[in-house]
Design a protein around this ligand. Sequence first.
Ligand SMILES: C[S@@+](CC[C@H](N)C(=O)[O-])C[C@H]1O[C@@H](n2cnc3c(N)ncnc32)[C@H](O)[C@@H]1O
Length: 218
Amino acid sequence: MRWTILSLFPEMFVPLQTSILGRATKAGKLQIEVVNFRDYSTDKHHKVDDNSYSPGAGLVLSCQPIYDCLQAIDPEHKAHRIFMTPAAPILNQKRVIELAQYEHIIILCGHYEGVDQRVIDTCFDEVVSIGEYVLTGGEIPAMVLVDSVSRYVDGVINKASLISESYLDGKLEHPQYTRPRVWQGISVPEVLFSGNHAAIQKWKDEASKAVTEKFTKN
Ligand SMILES: C[S@@+](CC[C@H](N)C(=O)[O-])C[C@H]1O[C@@H](n2cnc3c(N)ncnc32)[C@H](O)[C@@H]1O
């Protein structure tokens, strides 16, 4: 799967080169490129923003550099294009799994007050928020999107890890344990050593239900 991230701060994307995503990129399962759309500004000082027309608001990213950047990297609009913004539907696991079907996704990271709505309306397919809070820029939201979706790309992680995860079927996952069997006087639940698959499954289901009831709204 190919990702193209449009950002004014390409140096922020080091996390995508490490651990599982870094290995998947080296193995050719993922291709992640970050493009600084300032390079496409036709302003003699490479300006990419201007004052908002809304009184009192700060700087807004202008249409021109973003539009020209998209024309250069995806002239026929073949990629699925997403703008990260808090003013959007909140990302969930269902949408994460659906997005993994695209061959190429372009993500635009906003900054300051946001982005001129005209380039969003005419050039982007989807808007995505990562939660009910506001960050300084779209770089961290873009990394959240790349990480969560890339897990569902073939060969990125072990398929077995995806089977009983939180948010599938509306449930949260049961707790996990590893060695030692007793740590600071706290034992791993006895049933996990029973070898009784039905009993273990029953424990997992009940523990999952308890966590879900504790932390899920409604
Ligand atoms: C300071 S925010 C702009 C917030 C905007 N004025 C508003 O109130 O909706 C700057 C940029 O950060 C990104 N951003 C901030 N919070 C986000 C969130 N929860 N989800 C996705 N992107 C977010 C967006 O790209 C946004 O354009």
